[in-house]
Structures are given as C-alpha cells and as structure tokens.
Design a protein around this ligand. Structure first.
Ligand SMILES: [Zn+2]
Ligand SMILES: [Zn+2]
Length: 252
C-alpha cells in the first residue's frame, strides 16, 4: 500500500488518505466547474501537491478544518490556506513544539515512504491566505461549500457543508475513533454544542477527518447523544476516556 492513497468518491470528489500512519488522515479534493477546493492537507510526509495536480488542473484553494499539525502538513506548494480567524495565528506560530509534533508523527514507527526525511520535517508556518467566519461560502462554479464554525476540538474548528449533496466534511468533530477534547485549547461544552448543531443537518454523506472513511451519517446523532449523556452526568470536565459503540470521547 502506498503512503498516500487516492480514492474517487464520486465523479468530481476524491479522498487523499494516509492509511499507513496511525492517525489515518483524510484530505478531500472537491472539483467544481471553475475552482477546486482542497479540505485539509494531511501530515506533510508525501508530495500532496503533485497528487492533487494529477487529479485536476483547476485553480486550487486550500481550506482547513483546523490548524492542527496533522491537517496542515501538506500546505506547502499550494496558495496559503484559508482557516477560521481564531486559528490564523497558529499558521505562523504553532502552539506545540516541533519535538512534540515529531513524537506524534513517529509514534508506532510508521514505514515512512522513500525520500521522506524526518530531519528536515517542518510544520507549516507561512501564514493564512484568508480568514473564515461561520457562514462563509466557497463558490466552485457548480458547487457551493459552506463553512460552519464548530469549535470544541479547537477554537476555530470548521466543518464544511455542501447542502446540494447533503455532504458534511466533519474534520475532527466526528469520526470513528477517539474524539479529543482534552488539550488546553479544547472546550468539551463547545464540542457538545457543535456536534448538536451538525447532527440536526440533513446529512446523507459524512466525510471524516480520520480513520474509517465509510461512516454512516447516523454517527453524528450517536456522538451528539453521547455528549448529552456525559453532560447530564457532569462528566465533561473529568479526566477520562468514555467509550461508546464505534468511538470514544477523551475529556479534560
Ligand atoms: Zn485536531
Ligand atoms: Zn486531526
């Protein structure tokens, strides 16, 4: 299996994934008739730019669900990425040290591809191309993609919503695996409110930021119920990993 896998999801949408790394990140390329949108850029281990160029010759805008290192890694080569205004500064000065990022990157000793040099690995720090707010919209020609501010996992977390196709790109707000709301910059109450908000949308296709790609949209309702359950028991502020059916919630 290659480090970067490309899966065509429909005639003009692709997932670019890194399944050999424990984080199993997904970036998504959405091609419209005039513009393409790349949602997230993965770990920065492989040449994402060439992969995207092999799929479309359209101008590409990069939009980030959030500015964590595992979503901004492949930004180099593209025009500077768009991010929610609350995380613009993180694209110039990342809040974690390079050592901490390398610890995560090398966890489990992943079989990095030939040509990748750990010594020269850099976190993207070239700034934002633009700052986003809730309700902003990317016009791709025949496709419209809306930004939903869904804080909690991080202060400026965004989900991207394509209402015409009922598709939600959920970043780190919803996936099968451990949902993280224990960092100093997370807010479990905001996380709960954000999940509650997107669970009310008519989502027919859910595209997560990590782990299994083929997840059912009912996952949103399940995560929403789990947060409500923890909130009712005052458990959101306690340090714990709460396990549910196909996901867990790491609090405090
Ligand atoms: Zn994250
Ligand atoms: Zn992530």
């Amino acid at each position: 299996m290659d480090w970067l896998t490309i899966q065509q999801l429909d005639k003009d949408t692709w997932a670019l994934s890194e399944p050999r790394h424990w984080e199993e990140t997904h970036a998504y390329l959405l091609a419209g008739t005039k513009q393409a949108l790349l949602i997230d850029t993965g770990l920065g281990v492989c040449d994402l730019f060439s992969a995207v160029r092999s799929l479309t010759s359209l101008p590409v805008t990069v939009a980030l669900t959030h500015a964590h290192w595992d979503h901004i890694g492949g930004c180099n080569g593209f025009p500077a990425p768009w991010v929610h205004r609350r995380e613009g500064p993180w694209l110039e000065r990342f809040p974690l040290s390079r050592e901490a990022v390398l610890q995560n990157l090398t966890h489990g000793a992943p079989p990095f591809p030939p040509g990748f040099e750990l010594d020269t690995y850099q976190i993207y720090q070239n700034g934002a191309g633009g700052l986003l707010e809730d309700g902003d919209c990317f016009q791709l020609g025949n496709r419209q993609v809306f930004c939903l501010h869904t804080p909690g996992h991080s202060p400026g977390h965004l989900c991207f919503w394509e209402p015409e196709r009922g598709t939600l790109y959920s970043g780190d707000l919803a996936y099968e695996g451990k949902l993280d709301c224990f960092y100093p910059t997370t807010d479990p109450y905001a996380f709960a409110a954000s999940v509650h908000r997107v669970a009310a949308l008519p989502v027919t296709v859910l595209r997560p930021g990590h782990h299994r790609l083929e997840v059912e949209p009912c996952l949103l309702r399940q995560i929403d119920e789990a947060f409500q359950h923890l909130k009712a028991r005052n458990a959101l502020e306690q340090k714990a990993v709460h396990s549910f059916h196909s996901f867990s919630i790491h609090t405090a």
